[in-house]
Design a binder for this molecule. Structure first.
Ligand code: ZN
Length: 433
């Protein structure tokens, strides 16, 4: 990869000839880059063969076929002939900070740990993460520091999950989450397969009302179709998991389309609940191993732990729920509901970055085309999270957050793993921790 940092006098488009760089070299404009020759998947459903992507000061200045985009003579020229550019993946449901290795607690929610995890996401092609709950001040600080020098995944935060049994209990919590400056409010409406008490309807309705008074949207953890229906009726903005108890019906599909409510499938969340009952095949995947910690693998391979998962009623329950979730992903997509790519990564055994890659594969297994799966993670994710002017597509004005691949992911979704480089705000993401 060429870099403007090594020299400000390099060969530019204007000076390039078959014989090499003709004199005189042109002085480069700092922050101006031309990525030329790649196939460009732009995140809106369009694809350009032999494209040019011009980036100025972290944002896309122009994008189109090479022969129709004028490349400024002072741009740093980055030849990507034969490669594919796609927008960076947007994970609309992840978690950051509270896990390290096999440990999980709020003391781990430090700036260093967050930066480590946001770097990890980015190296796997995930350039934006919406952390849906468990976020503390260090996360809000990083959310506020997303400027031109960014070289890790962008972070948006929900703050603490709002819990409580009555409107009187939850309303002050919503006020506090709003005061902290959360991007979205998170609630959970679930009884965890009958093992816990569900948030009462009057309490979650009060959260939605109060959040909307603050101009904040609400994302709901959901499991049951019946709850999803009630939440959509109560004007919830986002369903943060698949419906997993039974097949969705036309009534829900129609309401979600009408009210423009998106759903994040998080299929890998289900997988994570049972996959460690034995040694998962991905433990041998070099793409996984490049970032995996040997102690974590050893911990998850522990026979006693495996036996606990095998004998866990909830693990086996969620294994069955995955089948329902996958059918519903297909039914919702066919019905025109907008899906927002999400994984629920972050907790122990839900590997940030790598699991996003597995989620894309699962969505295609569920019946989506590769193009549809990519849309959920790019333009549609951005639309669902109301950040589409800035993220999710490569169009004039959006942040230059993108992945360069050696193979076309529209041919095979597994090609999203053929990562050559990742760019955030036009900066290359490096391999450090
Ligand atoms: Zn979650």
């Amino acid at each position: 990869m060429t870099s403007a940092r090594s020299s400000l006098l390099v060969c530019t488009l204007a000076a390039l000839t078959l014989a090499g760089c003709a004199e005189p070299a042109v002085e480069l404009t700092p922050g101006l880059k031309a990525f030329v020759g790649a196939r460009i998947i732009d995140g809106t459903g369009n694809m350009i063969e032999d494209g040019a992507l011009i980036v100025r000061d972290g944002r896309v200045e122009a994008v189109g076929p090479s022969d129709s985009v004028s490349v400024p003579v002072s741009a740093e020229w980055i030849d990507l002939t034969g490669l594919t550019i796609m927008p960076g993946l947007i994970n609309t449901h992840g978690h950051v900070g509270a896990t390290r290795g096999l440990e999980s607690n709020s003391d781990l929610y430090t700036r260093d740990n967050l930066l480590h995890q946001l770097g990890l996401y980015a190296r796997y092609g995930v350039t934006t993460v919406f952390s849906l709950g468990g976020d503390d001040q260090a996360g809000f600080n990083l959310r506020n520091e997303q400027d031109l020098s960014l070289d890790r995944a962008r972070l948006f935060v929900a703050g603490p999950v709002v819990v409580g049994d009555t409107p009187e209990e939850v309303e002050p919590i919503v006020d506090e989450v709003a005061r902290m400056g959360a991007d979205i409010v998170k609630i959970r409406v679930d009884d965890n397969l009958g093992s816990t008490t569900k948030m009462p309807e009057e309490a979650w309705r009060a959260v939605i009302r109060r959040a909307h008074e603050h101009g904040l949207r609400v994302a709901a953890h959901v499991f049951y179709l019946d709850d999803a229906r009630k939440l959509v009726d109560a004007e919830v903005d986002f369903l943060a998991h698949s419906i997993r108890d039974t097949d969705v019906d036309q009534e829900l599909i129609d309401k979600m389309v009408e009210r423009n409510v998106c759903l994040s499938p998080t299929l890998m969340r289900e997988v994570s609940t049972f996959v460690y009952e034995s040694r998962p095949a991905f433990f041998d995947d070099p793409f996984f191993l490049r970032a995996a910690d040997a102690d974590v693998i050893a911990g998850l391979e522990d026979p006693e732990r495996q036996a606990r998962v095998q004998n866990s009623k909830s693990s086996q329950g969620y294994k069955a729920a995955l089948e329902v979730a996958m059918r519903n992903v297909k039914a919702l997509a066919d019905g025109g509901v907008r899906l927002a790519f999400g994984t629920d990564t972050g907790p122990v055994g839900r590997f940030q970055g790598y699991f996003e890659q597995l989620e894309l594969e699962r969505m295609v297994e569920a019946g989506l085309t590769a193009a549809q799966a990519i849309m959920t993670a790019t333009g549609d994710a951005a639309a669902c999270m109301q950040v589409k002017d800035d993220l999710g597509t490569l169009a004039a004005g959006t942040w230059a957050d993108f992945v360069v691949l050696s193979a076309n992911p529209l041919d095979d979704i597994l090609n999203t793993r053929s990562i050559e480089s990742v760019w955030v705000a036009g900066n290359p993401v490096t391999s450090g921790n």
